[in-house]
Design a protein around this ligand. Structure first.
Ligand SMILES: [Zn+2]
Ligand SMILES: [Zn+2]
Length: 944
């Protein structure tokens, strides 16, 4: 007997009673029915069914009042077969004609998910009342047959029935699901006319829910006007604000709810905790935690989960951990939340430890865990290995073909440049690959310079069922980097237009960049200027393109027009600063500094910006300002230190560079390969030979940095500077990697200073082999021969240059006066103040000759008479720039000029004499370093 299975002591008594009654009453249906009613009052569905089974066995049917109760119990317990059997048993009785029984059957079938059976019963009913209509309509809504529900509603009205609150609630649900605003509003109107929404909070909540499908404002209005609110309607409204990401409103509403004395339940708590997490309100979050403890729901797994996230997102990692540890049972969601809290904190080690612990505890990790684990791998030195372990665990769980995991794997392999692994993952995904998978692979190929493969995959994508989106187009555009790819780039542009890809700022920027990279500036500017929605990224990209192509003036012009449209950010400034640095435009750099201060850009929090300013000041000759910014930084990174060391080095302040290097170590900052390049060349520029060579040894032995060719060039330079040319040559011969032109050039420069023409001849063959078209190398060699008076060799080189059609890149000197750059070439007369400049220059030449300057005609490579040589050398671009600087820059301040190539020896001498003559510092930045001329001496001590 089924009775025996019901063991709850609370229900024992009625059951015992039942057996007694059945024994006494025998076939009296009245008593059986009263028993069912009793079980119903006690909400004991099992007992109802047990009683009914007993009745069935002795051939008694429930009556029209209890039959609906039995059917309801069947529906609640999911006893579909039992209910159907009951239906079959009453089909041929009078019971089936009772409206209450019919309605109960309709309700039973709908609740069990058989709307068609319900419709059949409904169609055959002799008598239909509002309750029956409601059962049928709500039933359809429950079974997601919204359109059917609306049709029934029309029929109901046509037959003259009036809706009540139950109908209205069902209809509002249907209208919401069908996004039928018009009908929903009509229903709302009906409610207002019939006073349905005033006192029935089910109707009011349904109205809120309906309007929330469209917008929050209307819902808020309904909510505000609701005379009877309850927890459910408050929850609906709070959730609504949460879902439109208005977390503040959601929290304010919650506070109102508490103030108004409404009970909050687990649903309320969950949503407000999430709102606290998003809004970042730890204070309120803590108070809610107290409320949760008071209301006794603090053991709820969902609540614990939400609390972990709330504390974690508010930086209270400790509290999250405590909650996690205290949870008596942990489900996957809880592990995942704790993992993501650690992930967000960037605690890589802890995350991995927890991940391992999770697996040990028997949780294999679900899709979310594995995806976040894979994302983490990219940050780890052992990431590739860990990622492969995760992949193995995904395979073990049979979820490796999950799209999210596949895409995360793809992106991890792409980040590690493991193209083959990425391709393998992709191939396994192909039939299921989505647009993200295609896009990840294409951008990985593009990033790795595998243009051909990128285009191949893109072609396959076009043939597949997945169509490229804006992101895919952008990543394939990134592969068009030179003039050769212009036609490919254009075809992609055409594709985007043809397929009406939404041209957003991102795509337009990518197109503009592509045209710039492919040397089609006209189309690029046209695209940029015609586009209405250029955002900060578009402006920065365009400015960056101009800087990259050495068109700083255009970049500046763009910056000026940008300011009236969007606010420049630190990226803009960094871009422009690199232009200033290249052109040595100190006044403009200073203007940008003032701008950054005015806009309150923080150097403290934006180290890249601070470092860009340090580099700009150092490379534009203002070490003092570079130092000032550097000192002001509460924390410095390796880039900041490198910038300072390089700055000192360029200015010939080797001891300062070495001091900075040791301070960097004290500060706990680990030097990298670039630090050593800067420090080594600083030593070389200042003639600190021993220190430099020691540093090189420590780089290899203490810091385990594998020397690159640039480090070798530094060492060669150091040795040459100390006059150890033979040793330098030996050093080159023992290099484990083949020396490049820069290494040979360093040795050749040594030959120039120490006039070693024999060695120069052997090296030059190697150098000219490596760089046969670099005219600079021939000039350097020719300078060496000229210095040694080997004019026949000089002539030979000159005819070789002519034969090869090589020309020396034109020497240019320039000077910035109030942010404007003034350029000079040798013998230049194009400057508006040319007459004044030559007058000044001639008087300078006359005066310095009196204190010992003699023109060094070896620096003239033309074969002509001495008078012409003197005239030629007297109008070198450096000299013109110095003369112009002296007439246009106010008394006292140093004159800074710049040269694109190495300074010529004669101009170097001239600079020294002028500094002595006028008593002003003259700073000259040439292709490789700074020369500070003060009182007749140069900071380079004549070695460059
Ligand atoms: Zn010169
Ligand atoms: Zn110098």
């Amino acid at each position: 007997m089924e009775i025996s299975v019901v063991s709850s002591s609370l229900y024992q008594q009625p059951l015992l009673l039942a057996s007694r009654v059945s024994a006494a009453a025998g076939h009296d249906s009245k008593h059986w029915n009263s028993l069912i009613k009793q079980h119903t009052r006690l909400k004991n569905d099992s007992a109802i069914l047990a009683t009914y089974t007993q009745m069935e066995s002795i051939g008694i049917l429930p009556d029209h009042t209890t039959l609906p109760l039995v059917l309801k119990a069947c529906a609640r317990l999911g006893a579909v077969e039992k209910g159907k059997l009951l239906h079959a048993q009453i089909v041929n009785t009078d019971l089936i004609d009772d409206v209450r029984v019919g309605t109960a059957l309709v309700d039973f079938y709908c609740k069990c998910g058989f709307p068609d059976d319900a419709s059949l019963v409904f169609a055959e009913m002799n008598e239909i009342d509002v309750v029956a209509w409601n059962a049928m309509i709500s039933g359809c809504v429950r079974c997601c047959e919204y359109e059917e529900a609306m049709l029934l509603f029309t029929r109901m009205q046509n037959q003259g029935f009036r809706c009540n609150s139950v109908t209205v609630v069902a209809l509002l649900l249907a209208c919401g699901e069908l996004l039928d605003l018009g009908t929903g509003k009509e229903v709302h109107g009906y409610c207002l006319r019939n006073g349905l929404s005033d006192f029935n909070h089910h109707v009011a909540t349904a109205l809120i829910g309906f309007y929330l499908k469209f917008d929050v404002t209307s819902a808020t209005r309904v909510f505000a006007l609701m005379p009877s609110k309850n927890t459910v309607s408050w929850n609906a409204m709070i959730t609504a604000y949460f879902e439109v990401e208005d977390y503040l409103k959601a929290l304010q509403l919650f506070v109102k709810m508490v103030m108004a004395g409404f009970e909050s339940d687990a649903v309320t708590m969950l949503i407000v905790l999430q709102a606290c997490t998003e809004y970042g309100s730890l204070h309120l979050g803590r108070q809610i935690h107290q409320l949760i403890i008071k209301s006794g729901i603090s053991k709820d797994m969902y609540i614990i989960n939400a609390l972990i996230n709330m504390y974690g997102n508010n930086g209270m990692l400790r509290s999250s951990c405590d909650l996690f540890e205290s949870a008596s049972t942990k489900d996957v969601a809880l592990w995942n939340s704790m993992l993501s809290v650690y992930l967000k904190e960037g605690s890589v080690v802890e995350t991995l430890a927890l991940f391992n612990k999770m697996q040990l505890t028997g949780f294999t990790g679900d899709v979310r865990t594995i995806v976040s684990g894979l994302r983490l791998c990219v940050e780890l030195p052992t990431g590739l290995r860990d990622g492969k372990c995760l992949q193995a665990s995904a395979i073990k769980n049979g979820i490796q073909r999950n799209m999210h995991i596949g895409n995360a794997l793809l992106s991890m392999y792409a980040d590690f440049n493991c193209i083959d692994d990425a391709l393998k993952v992709f191939q396994e995904l192909t039939d299921a690959g989505d647009v993200v998978s295609w896009h990840t692979l294409i951008s990985a190929l593009t990033r790795n310079g595998l243009k051909g493969q990128a285009w191949e995959i893109f072609g396959k994508m076009l043939e597949s069922e997945v169509s490229p989106n804006t992101h895919t187009i952008i990543s394939i555009l990134a592969s068009c980097k030179d003039e050769m790819s212009l036609s490919l780039g254009k075809s992609i542009h055409g594709y985007a237009i043809k397929h009406r890809a939404e041209v957003d700022p991102l795509l337009n920027t990518a197109l503009t960049e592509m045209y710039m990279n492919c040397n089609d500036e006209a189309t690029a500017t046209n695209l940029f200027e015609r586009f209405q929605d250029n955002d900060i990224v578009s402006w920065n990209s365009m400015i960056g393109c101009y800087i990259k192509t050495d068109q700083a003036q255009k970049a500046l012009f763009l910056f000026d027009s940008m300011m009236s449209k969007v606010d420049p950010n630190s990226v803009t400034i960094i871009n422009l600063l690199s232009g200033c640095t290249k052109l040595a435009n100190l006044p403009l750099g200073q203007r940008l500094h003032a701008y950054a201060l005015r806009r309150q850009f923080s150097f403290e929090y934006d180290l890249s910006l601070a470092n860009a300013f340090i580099t700009m000041y150092a490379r534009c000759g203002d070490m003092h300002s570079a130092e000032k910014i550097f000192e002001s930084l509460p924390r410095k990174n390796v880039v900041s230190w490198n910038a300072m060391i390089a700055g000192y080095g360029m200015h010939g302040r080797g001891p300062n560079a070495l001091l900075a290097f040791s301070k960097m170590l004290q500060d706990g900052c680990k030097p990298n390969s670039i630090t050593f390049v800067s420090t080594l060349s600083a030593c070389s520029h200042s003639g600190l030979i021993e220190q430099g060579l020691q540093l090189y040894d420590s780089m290899v032995q203490e810091y385990y940095i594998t020397p690159e060719v640039v480090h070798y060039a530094c060492v060669v330079d150091l040795l040459c500077r100390g006059g150890s040319l033979t040793e330098a040559k030996k050093f080159i011969d023992t290099m484990p990697i083949s020396p490049d032109a820069s290494v040979w050039r360093a040795l050749l420069s040594g030959c120039r200073v120490y006039t070693d023409t024999k060695l120069a001849k052997t090296i030059s063959t190697k150098l000219l082999e490596l760089e046969p078209t670099n005219a600079g190398n021939y000039i350097l060699l020719s300078n060496i021969y000229a210095a040694a008076g080997l004019w026949s060799e000089v002539n030979k080189l000159r005819s070789l240059l002519e034969e090869k059609g090589l020309t020396k890149p034109p020497g240019k000197s320039w000077i910035a006066v109030r942010s404007k750059l003034h350029y000079f070439t040798a013998g230049d007369k194009s400057h508006p103040q040319s007459d004044k400049i030559y007058l000044k220059l001639n008087s300078l030449l006359a005066s310095v000759k009196e204190i010992g300057y003699v023109p060094d005609l070896r620096w003239v490579l033309h074969d002509e008479d001495e008078e012409r040589k003197v005239r030629r050398i007297s109008s070198h671009s450096e000299k013109l720039a110095i003369a112009f600087g002296l007439i246009s820059i106010g008394n006292g301040s140093p004159i800074q000029i710049n040269k694109n190539l190495r300074v010529c020896g004669d101009c170097h001498e001239f600079g020294k004499y002028v500094s002595k003559l006028v008593g002003r510092e003259i700073v000259l930045r040439d292709g490789s370093r700074f020369h500070h001329f003060t009182n007749g001496i140069c900071s380079c001590k004549d070695y460059w």
